[in-house]
Design a protein around this ligand. Structure first.
Ligand code: GDG
Length: 483
């Protein structure tokens, strides 16, 4: 049986120094880890990635952190300069904003591209050191789009079962992608993989459009939803594979005694209110200021909401070392202060704001307790929070307001209330629509969304990706028999 090797920028935990020879290990928060960790736990294999600290990696704490993981962990070290130019630089000041259609936020510093290639080569070296013939290599996300090219430049390894890639974030349309100075180099690098997976049909369409316009030597052949590119005498398959969640683990977690109690406590703190939940990593792509402005607009225009709704906004600190993120937090703080200052009464505060990650039980208790989830990214690869919210609504109640630009909208659109996150008044109107929706309609919609999220779960996602890969390789990694 082939072994599965996952390669991603970050490992599923971060090491942090708290003094001479003192280390803390923190589980990483984010969509990629939430999705991939249960898969490796289930199938076993190897995870290659960076543990989040610049410089030398302490072996003792690393061994301690990974002892019970259920899979092998191979760390990749980054120097401080590499972290700045590859991670903060090319990955997060060029690709992240550009691929979320926010090209004005890009810093196209030429040195970043060199660092990006150099670090991707480091990951390729780690793969070569750890891969065996017939291993199945699955590279994840926008930090590592150059890895296959680096592997081929090292003429290694000819006999891998498959060399595959999945992009967790959106792929932009040609008009935006064509602003990238390295557009050709990047597409050429992506075309060194055998299988390229995207979240949605929209992303596949955009990618193929860019290949057609930028790479005249590549030939795109499409039949229905099957796309093959012929390039440099090789065939590259391209498809959409919407990522899912471990539905059962969220549903069972939500039903647990601990979560039930915490959710009841939360509800009791807001008598007579419908609770609206927003939960995101701190990121300008998540549309948090627009959401707060919409909430304010709703309170202004619809007096019936005052004293009857409360918005709980969780913002998980992320990339706070980057000045843009720090400024962005200031903007959110001011908007929250402004709404609360303007509308609060002696018995009601409209926005409850947490700037911290919640532990899993607390997060699930929030999903269970809140009547409405209000998730309005300006653009998002998928948005797992939307799916987790549905999985935790074990009472089959709850309304989902979702940005039409989140990948999840493609699967949930008949039943989620879709909004344009740039349209503050429409979002305000949709809050009222969700607030007034009859219990019967909420339940009918939630039931259908839960059915979809349960069926197209994270294991379905992996199976469909591996099934596509199996058209390239004879054998793909199977689930462990005893699980
Ligand atoms: C990228 C793409 C794509 C959130 N708050 C807490 C917490 N979380 C967890 C959620 C969820 C994850 O973080 C966030 O996932 P998203 O999908 O919403 O967003 P990104 O982190 O931007 O993920 C995204 C994803 O990759 C997967 O492909 O969907 O579009 O941008 O799982 O549960 N976890 C804990 N406490 C919190 O307060 N423990």
């Amino acid at each position: 049986m082939n072994r599965l090797i996952i390669v991603s920028n970050r490992l599923p935990f971060a090491l942090d120094s708290t003094g001479a020879d003192l280390w803390t290990v923190t589980p990483a928060v984010g969509g990629l880890v939430s999705a991939v960790e249960p898969v490796l736990r289930e199938r076993g294999g190897t995870w290659i990635g960076w543990p989040g600290i610049a410089g030398k990696i302490p072996q003792g704490p690393l061994a301690e952190a990974t002892r019970d993981a259920g899979y092998n962990v191979v760390p990749v070290a980054l120097s401080e300069t590499e972290r700045n130019e590859f991670y903060y630089g090319y990955s997060n000041e060029v690709i992240w904003p550009l691929f979320h259609d926010l090209q004005n936020f890009c810093n196209f510093e030429p040195a970043y591209w060199q660092a990006y290639k150099q670090v991707n080569e480091r990951y390729a070296d780690a793969i070569i050191r750890n891969a065996r013939p017939d291993d199945f290599i699955w590279v994840h996300d926008y930090h590592l789009m150059y890895v296959a090219q680096a592997l081929r430049e090292r003429s290694a390894p000819q006999n891998l079962a498959a060399l595959t890639f999945f992009l967790h974030i959106p792929f932009p349309p040609y008009d935006i992608f064509s602003k990238l100075p390295q557009q050709r180099g990047l597409l050429r690098a992506l075309l060194q993989f055998n299988l390229l997976g995207f979240q949605t049909r929209r992303d596949v369409r955009n990618f193929l459009q860019c290949v057609r316009r930028v790479m005249p030597d590549a030939k795109v052949l499409s039949r229905g939803e099957t796309h093959v590119i012929r390039f440099e005498k090789r065939k590259i398959r391209v498809g959409h594979f919407p990522i899912g969640i471990d539905f059962d683990s969220f549903e069972n977690g939500a039903k647990s005694e601990e979560v039930t109690q915490r959710s009841q406590q939360l509800r009791a703190n807001f008598p007579d209110c419908q609770l609206i939940l927003g939960s995101d990593r701190l990121d300008y792509s998540k549309g948090i200021p627009e959401r707060l402005r919409a909430f304010r607009n709703a309170l202004e225009r619809y007096a019936e909401l005052r004293g009857r709704v409360a918005l709980i906004q969780i913002v998980v600190p992320s990339r706070v070392e980057i000045p843009r993120y720090h400024e962005f937090k200031g903007r959110i703080d001011r908007l929250v202060g402004d709404i609360n200052g303007h509308f609060s009464t002696s018995t009601w505060i409209p926005v409850q704001y947490h700037f911290r990650g919640l532990d899993r039980e607390d997060l699930l208790a929030h999903y269970r307790a809140c009547d409405i989830a209000f998730l309005t990214p300006l653009k998002d690869g998928m948005n797992l929070v939307a799916k987790e919210y549905c999985a935790c609504r074990t009472d089959e109640d709850g309304a989902l307001i979702l940005s039409q630009f989140a990948g999840a909208a493609e699967q949930l659109k008949p039943d989620a209330l879709l909004v344009n996150p740039y349209d503050v008044e429409l979002m305000a109107d949709t809050i009222v629509k969700a607030f007034r929706m009859s219990p019967a309609e909420r339940t009918a919609r939630m039931k259908r969304m839960r059915r979809n999220v349960r069926k197209e779960n994270v294991f379905w996602w992996v199976d469909s990706f591996l099934a596509a890969a199996s058209l390239l390789a004879k054998r793909v990694p199977r689930r462990r028999r005893n699980l």
